[in-house]
Design a protein around this ligand. Structure first.
Ligand SMILES: Cc1cc2nc3c(=O)[nH]c(=O)nc-3n(C[C@H](O)[C@H](O)[C@H](O)COP(=O)(O)OP(=O)(O)OC[C@H]3O[C@@H](n4cnc5c(N)ncnc54)[C@H](O)[C@@H]3O)c2cc1C
Length: 303
């Protein structure tokens, strides 16, 4: 029986494991090595680690965790999770079961890229998610926002921090109101509503080819991919996934189901390595406090 099981060994889960390990808790962390940022050429914005490869960041983190004998790291897919009397029970794909008093879901998200030819090929080689992560490397160059509606409007405005050469390619109706169109036009931003046919380039993205045969040179596309939970563990535990596909929880990650926490990308649009790590640390300290409180309650009741 673990004090805490953590599903997912990304920045969120690994940080939670480190905090709980250092609090002398018995921790089991289970991960199937499918990090969301696997395609990234460098994790940016994490102080002291700017530009590090995602795999290297994980390797360093795991090596440091290995010095805590009370933290067990398992390479495994968790296929099921249930609430049991003492807390939680998870089932691995080989049928093995493990129990814990508290459970953290740090399972990240899955991106569903546009099916347009080239989006998968240029993922992280010109097709990006977040300008804070990848904008600096392409600053000042022609950039495209691939999105529609309010979010397209917001990202397009945001991108002016990195370049003045921006085109909004909505791949269909842009779904902007007149005032938004006017504002973007005043900033010199063109809106192209023609459908995209494919992306082209040699080693990295060079241009977009539209369905009508026209083309647009660009070095970077910032796209809003649809985001899905990687599995159904949260639902199995009684959480109702919200309209944006996040696990509903408060700022600290508490889901409302006693002892169950969700941290990192799985619960928020604020998707950064440093924020995921901070969320893991925050949830871990709360969980440890809960475990301490439960122990004192038992002591008092036993008198
Ligand atoms: C292409 C790309 C580039 C990015 N670049 C940056 C950047 O430069 N800087 C930055 O700050 N952020 C960047 N991000 C965002 C950053 O990667 C995420 O915010 C961060 O990884 C979230 O951490 P996490 O621990 O919540 O999830 P993840 O890192 O995705 O980790 C989740 C883990 O859970 C595991 N898992 C899921 N389900 C199960 C299961 N059922 N059983 C076992 N294991 C499971 C997965 O295998 C995975 O290892 C980038 C994202 C992408 C997609």
């Amino acid at each position: 029986m673990y004090d805490v099981i953590i599903v997912g060994a990304g920045p969120a889960g690994l940080t939670a494991a480190l905090y709980l390990g250092r609090a002398c808790r018995k921790v089991g962390i289970f991960d199937n090595d499918q990090p969301r940022n696997a395609a990234s050429h460098g994790v940016h914005g994490f102080i002291s680690r700017d530009g590090i490869l995602p795999a290297e960041l994980r390797a360093i983190s795991r090596a440091q965790l290995a010095t805590y004998p009370n933290v067990e790291v398992h390479a495994a897919t968790v296929v099921a999770a249930a609430r049991v009397d003492e807390g939680f029970e998870i089932t691995l794909e080989n049928g093995t079961r493990h129990r814990s008093r508290k459970l953290i879901l740090a399972t990240g998200l899955k991106d569903e890229l546009s099916p347009v030819e080239g989006f998968s090929r240029f993922w992280s080689k010109g097709v990006f998610l977040c300008p804070y992560c990848d904008g600096w490397e392409v600053r000042g160059q022609p950039m495209v926002v691939h999105s529609r509606g309010e979010i397209a409007y917001k990202i397009t405005r945001l991108l002016t921090s990195w370049t003045q050469n921006i085109t909004l390619c909505s791949d269909g109706p842009a779904e902007l109101d007149e005032s938004q169109r006017k504002e973007l036009a005043l900033a010199g931003i063109q809106i192209i509503e023609e459908k995209l046919a494919r992306l082209e380039g040699a080693d990295s993205l060079e241009r977009i080819i539209f369905a009508d045969g026209t083309q647009l040179e660009c070095k970077a596309i910032f796209t809003r991919s649809a985001q899905q939970q990687p599995g159904e563990l949260a639902q199995q535990l009684g959480c109702k996934i919200d309209q944006d596909n996040f696990i509903p929880s408060n700022e600290a990650g508490a889901t409302g189901i006693p002892g169950l926490y969700a941290v990192g990308d799985a619960r928020t649009l604020a998707q950064q390595v440093v924020l995921a790590a901070a969320a893991g640390a925050g949830a871990a300290t709360l969980i440890n406090q809960e475990l301490v409180t439960e122990m004192f309650k038992k002591l008092v009741e036993a008198v």
